[in-house]
Design a protein around this ligand. Structure first.
Ligand SMILES: Cc1ncc(COP(=O)(O)O)c(C=O)c1O
Length: 356
């Protein structure tokens, strides 16, 4: 059992909303649990943490996050171990560290890792009845931090707010995704902010995503911002390709988000004896493999999406249909293994799980 060290004030709601939720029919990201964590940063330090009823946040129209985008977030999931009744978190320390990498890159204050974790554990314990038991559903956890100075001068804010709230969710993608190789717009280049979870990274992807949808694709497969030649990642997922039995995934070159799922999947693949190459992966190489019948699989990995198969790749006006999902032995096994660890159905041999 985890012990919390930080003193966190808890102000419980007197009216839980849980009875109004249909857990068999949960839309992604629209239903919010009863409570949230709130911590303010003022006068050069983090103030004491509070757990409050989930509520709206009051900000000034001059709030600097709205103008200059000092806003970062994280994403995690909690699952229920149906045998023990424990709530399971997957590698939350990694999210605490990544939040701080994002904060530093955007000139924001780091949040002490133990404060991130203690407030998270208390929040999830308090709202544990919100963790869904339905297949493929989970409690999604969304920590975020943003600048709150009511000031429109361009400089790092002096005041910030950290919030963490949760929502029960069903599956993010219910079917395999069709991806369109991006060859015009840039998501990120090394030296930018693509390797952290800055809100602004996502803003720039909305217009290209709308255009991709119009041509029948679900997501853009981003490529490097110089030559549009090498694969980066997809929407909210890192990407893997299985070519002739080997797993290829784009190397972390400073433009790609270092996904917690990516790191875990690399470990699982290696331990299954699959060779993993983290390197530049060119689209031409993939198309060439596809034409020779060697592109056996392609999938995205992420907290929200877990392991999501890619059914089609659109490139230079042509659509390439990948092998049927049933034939994707490696990714199907990895998905079952990862889900099994996250749900307590398989032993946690890597020590990835925090039980609450
Ligand atoms: C851009 C981007 N890439 C990859 C990922 C996958 O990261 P993780 O596995 O830590 O959820 C995410 C989701 O957080 C993301 O937003």
């Amino acid at each position: 059992m985890i012990k919390e060290r930080n003193l966190i004030t808890i102000n419980k709601t007197d009216q839980s909303k849980i009875s109004s939720v249909d857990f068999n029919n949960i839309p992604f990201g629209r239903v919010f649990s009863d409570h949230m964590v709130s911590i303010k940063y003022t006068e050069g330090q983090w103030q004491s943490a509070q757990i409050l009823p989930y509520q709206e946040v009051k900000i000034s129209p001059a709030c600097s996050a709205l103008h200059y985008g000092q806003s970062i977030f994280e994403g995690m999931k909690a699952n229920l171990d149906e045998q023990t009744g424990d709530v399971l978190l997957f590698r939350p320390q990694k999210n605490a560290q990544r939040l701080n990498a994002s904060a530093i890159r955007l000139g924001m204050p780091a949040l002490p890792v133990d404060l991130f974790l203690d407030s998270l554990y208390q929040l999830v314990k308090l709202d544990r009845q919100w963790v869904p038991t339905v297949k493929d559903a989970a409690l999604y956890i969304r920590p975020l931090m943003f600048a709150t100075d009511p000031y429109i001068g361009v400089r790092a804010s002096e005041n910030y707010r950290y919030i963490n709230f949760t929502c029960p969710v069903g599956a993010y993608y219910s079917k395999p995704v069709k991806v369109l190789v991006g060859d015009k717009f840039v998501r990120a280049i090394p030296g930018g902010t693509g390797d952290v979870k800055a809100a602004g990274n996502y803003a720039g992807t909305m217009h290209p995503a709308i255009l991709a949808k119009k041509t029948g694709y679900d997501q853009v497969l981003w490529t490097d911002g110089y030559e549009f030649k090498y694969a980066q990642e997809i929407g909210t997922m890192n990407v893997f390709f299985i070519v002739d039995g080997k797993a290829l995934t784009p190397e972390l070159d400073g433009a790609i988000l270092p996904g917690v799922t990516r790191e875990s999947v690399i470990q699982l693949l290696k331990d299954k004896g699959v060779s993993v190459e983290e390197r530049k992966v060119s689209i031409e190489e993939l198309i060439d493999a596809q034409e020779k019948g060697l592109l056996q699989d392609a999938f995205g990995t992420g907290t929200a999406a877990t392991v999501t198969h890619i059914s089609d790749i659109g490139y230079k006006g042509k659509n390439y249909q990948l092998p049927p999902i049933e034939a994707r032995t490696i990714s199907n096994e990895i998905k079952v293994q990862l889900d099994g660890i996250k749900r307590g159905l398989l032993p946690d041999t890597y020590n990835w799980i925090v039980r609450l």
